[in-house]
Design a protein around this ligand. Structure first.
Ligand SMILES: C[S@@+](CC[C@H](N)C(=O)[O-])C[C@H]1O[C@@H](n2cnc3c(N)ncnc32)[C@H](O)[C@@H]1O
Length: 316
């Protein structure tokens, strides 16, 4: 769940100052800074010390586990501010939204009835600012919010709520076997990793017997279409079967953002190889109330083709 266009470099920020107002100011600063590049600064304007880097090149090429992880950590650290400014209101500080369609766990109950969450240990993977974990805590669950990106977790701290935060890669979970009753992930980690089976095996390991893992990803069919919200996003432009990762790379050829495509069949096989049973595969329909676009997700496309796939998995 990201914007189609790479937003560019985020200016340096004071780590301790993360009030929403300061964050908005950072967002404005970034945009203004981009506009100002090339102009002489006055004493009252922020001093620009480096030239704006070139826009990364978007390509399709292989990207392994380490390269994908490093690229995505950097991308989410640089872009967390803009992400939260742009999508924070839609996500809500303490709602559990599965994707841009706005499917809410309150109505979906994919983790089970909310009253059954009380007292459950829940791991949220790729938690971002931990909005879902905050909702889980409000139901009486004991969530832990894990993310690769330090800056995303700083936003979790800014919003508050006392959810325990862990900075780690989903491919190497720093928890003992059988630590959680449930795990969940709303577009966290799985779209970005080169080896999803490794993540699934890790999640299975830290779940107790009978545990459930529910995760959402971009619906695989979307990979056959341009990532555009308008009519241009409705004509097939690539093979659905082409698993070559989407990579944005800098002028040295270093990946700065990576997304991995799996077909529906691949995802089902991954779930099974990870040691789970697939209990349900939910394709949320675009609801009439949602008039908001999110990158390539829009009412126009959402009414015609699925945008999100949610896998409901259980371990024995
Ligand atoms: C689209 S955001 C989703 C965040 C949150 N669930 C939401 O809906 O806003 C994806 C998140 O996954 C995190 N992420 C990406 N790769 C990861 C990995 N390998 N391990 C853990 N988190 C990862 C990113 O840092 C980012 O915060």
């Amino acid at each position: 769940m990201r914007e189609g266009a790479h937003p560019g470099r985020i200016a340096a920020y004071p780590a301790q100052d993360l009030s929403l107002e300061a964050t908005r100011a950072i967002g404005r600063l970034c945009r203004d800074t981009r506009r100002r590049v090339g102009r002489k600064s006055t004493t009252r304007e922020p001093i620009i010390q480096e030239p704006e880097p070139l826009e990364p090149e978007a390509t399709r090429r292989d990207a392994g586990v380490t390269e994908s992880s490093r690229a995505n950590r950097g991308w989410w650290d640089r872009n967390a501010d803009e992400y939260q400014i742009e999508h924070g209101t839609f996500l809500g500080d303490d709602r559990f939204v599965w994707g841009p369609e706005g499917l809410d766990e309150v109505e979906a109950e994919l983790l089970g009835p909310p009253e059954d969450l009380k007292g459950k240990d829940v791991l949220e993977i790729g938690a971002g600012a931990a909005q879902c974990s905050r909702w889980l805590a409000a139901q009486g669950a004991r969530p832990v919010a894990l993310d690769l990106s330090h800056r995303q977790l700083q936003h979790a701290l800014r919003i508050g709520g006392g959810v325990p935060l862990v900075e780690a890669d989903a491919g190497a979970l720093p928890f003992a076997d059988g630590s959680f009753d449930l795990a969940c992930s709303a577009y966290g980690a799985l779209p970005f990793v080169a080896d999803p089976v490794r993540v699934l095996r890790e999640v299975r390991r830290v779940l107790r017997p009978g545990g459930r893992f529910v995760f959402s990803v971009t619906h695989p069919i979307r990979w056959a279409f341009p990532d555009e919200p308008g009519p241009e996003g409705l004509s097939i432009s690539a093979s659905y079967f082409d698993r070559t990762p989407y990579v944005e790379q800098d002028e040295e050829g270093r990946a700065v953002y990576v997304e991995h495509h799996r077909t529906i069949g691949d995802r089902v096989r991954d779930v099974v190889a990870g040691g789970f049973r697939l209990v349900d595969l939910v394709e949320p329909e675009w609801p009439a109330w949602n008039t908001q676009e999110w990158g390539g997700w829009s009412p126009l496309r959402g009414n015609l083709i699925p945008g999100t796939a949610i896998f409901v998995c259980e371990r024995d």
